[in-house]
Write a protein that binds this ligand. Sequence first.
Ligand SMILES: [Zn+2]
Length: 183
Amino acid sequence: MHCLSCGAQLHQSGYIQKCEYCGGVTQLNLRTNVSALSFTEKLKIKSNSEKFCDDLSSVVSLAVLYLEDDLTELALNVISRGLGIYPTDAELHLLQAVALLSKDHIKKIKMSDIELVVRHLVFCIKIDMLKFASECNFILNKIQDGYFRRNSIKPTPGFLDLQAEVSAFSTDEVLVSRFKALQ
Ligand SMILES: [Zn+2]
């Protein structure tokens, strides 16, 4: 993988916050506070993500930047492409759920998209329950209040099953909440 601030090849594996060469942020994820980055830092991360576009860290970082800037269609494209390369990455499934919900106000989203969101969250939980259960629980609560309750629609069995599975996980300090669709 590469540092997305300077493009250097990194030798550590897994998630690293700070680059050993430039001291910059190596990659973004749903828990990164992107608003704390400067415009120049974001620009560098964007251009390096495009350069190393097949790296998983690039796909996730680019999707987070697009979601942050409300460029939902671009986010959906980059995540779909990423899922084609990394179909079993839990974070990409979570990001796709957030991106689908960002298409419109939750209340107005099509039922077929809500079902798709739930399917992505089910995948996410199957792959990495411990890492993302809080995020999934938070998103499901948003759908429950913003979609099913407001539209007086009965939640689907798949939705209720998943909600029961993750309901014990705390939703405090879930940074995914900063995305407009989920506020
Ligand atoms: Zn660097």
